[in-house]
Design a protein around this ligand. Structure first.
Ligand code: ZN
Length: 309
């Protein structure tokens, strides 16, 4: 046997031995890898995301935290579309049961109670809060365009209607009540000699209109305005007996396209403004809006401010 062949045989045995050692090492490594797999997974998984995510850290820290975060996380997808609703949905005033025009304002004046059988009289609300009240009387001229003007300017008003002006078409003013305006009491016949009527006649004028409004519009008026404005103690007593809470007059008018101030030269906080359903309604409303903006006052419903139903 030549030496080189003997050498190559020795070399072949050495190679086989190396291959065997490498194969054994590979098998051993494989066994180690498989047997240590669970502990590696346990140590690697929390170390990754938990260390970079505070929420995951908190979740891993305690079961309580995990259940709390699960609770808070679960409603959020379903409540997310609903959450804008409380801010945009109209707020019901628990005192009045109505959608409120106060926008969170807390009035600093409380309507006085009936004393000696007589309701209080308001010609202005004694407040320094930046509010003004619009009242619109009679109801003779009925136009959808006038309601549209009020709506366009986001104004709610108290409507002192008299039966004689609305009895022919009482349904028309349901459009106003449906839009959030309130109907108050301005007698049955709008008799300008009202204060000279007998007590029983006055009471019939006041109670009759209160009953009519309640039947037609589903709400009994709370305020009364005598035709032309004058009142007596007899009127105040009849108003109380018919279930109303105040006589409401004014110190400011929007009239013939201009403003008419009994006191001062501009609107004051707490002013009650008189307007009418007349042909010049758009010009009167325009005059009122200019004065209201110039004075920086917010138009609020008198019934909301005085917390009356
Ligand atoms: Zn009138």
């Amino acid at each position: 046997m030549p030496r080189h062949l003997d050498y190559s045989r020795h070399q072949g045995r050495l190679i086989a031995l190396v291959i065997l050692v490498l194969a054994l090492a590979l098998v051993a490594t494989g066994v180690w890898w498989v047997t240590t797999m669970p502990s590696r997974q346990a140590s690697v998984t929390p170390a990754g995301p938990a260390s970079s995510d505070p929420a995951a850290l908190a979740t891993a820290a305690s079961g309580t935290a995990q259940s709390t975060s699960a609770k808070s996380a679960t409603p959020s997808p379903t409540s997310a579309p609903a959450s804008p609703m409380p801010t945009t949905a109209p707020t019901i005033n628990p005192a009045t049961g109505r959608v409120d025009t106060l926008d969170g304002l807390v009035p600093d004046y409380v309507l006085p109670p009936i004393e000696n059988g007589m309701v209080p009289v308001l010609t202005k609300v004694p407040t320094e809060q930046k509010v003004v009240f619009l009242t619109i009387d009679d109801g003779a001229v009925k136009r959808d365009s006038d309601l549209a003007l009020l709506e366009k300017n986001s104004i709610k008003a108290s409507l002192f209607l008299a039966n004689t002006f609305v009895a022919g078409d009482p349904q028309f003013y349901k459009k106003y009540t449906q839009a959030g305006h309130l109907i108050e009491n301005h007698t049955m016949s709008h008799n300008l000699a009202f204060i000279h009527l007998s007590y029983e006649q006055q009471k019939a004028e006041i109670c009759g209109m209160a009953d009519f409004a309640e039947q037609q519009y589903g709400r009994r008026p709370v305020f009364f305005r005598p035709p032309g404005g004058p009142y007596t103690n007899s009127v105040r007593q009849a108003v109380a007996e018919c279930g109303m809470k105040a006589v409401v007059d004014w110190e400011t008018k929007a009239n013939s396209g201009g403003m008419d101030y009994q006191v001062g030269a501009g609107l004051r906080p707490g002013d009650i403004v008189l307007m009418h359903f007349r042909p010049e309604f758009p010009a009167d409303l325009d005059a009122f809006l200019k004065a209201q903006k110039a004075a920086g006052l917010k138009v609020v419903l008198l019934e909301d401010y005085l917390a009356t139903k």
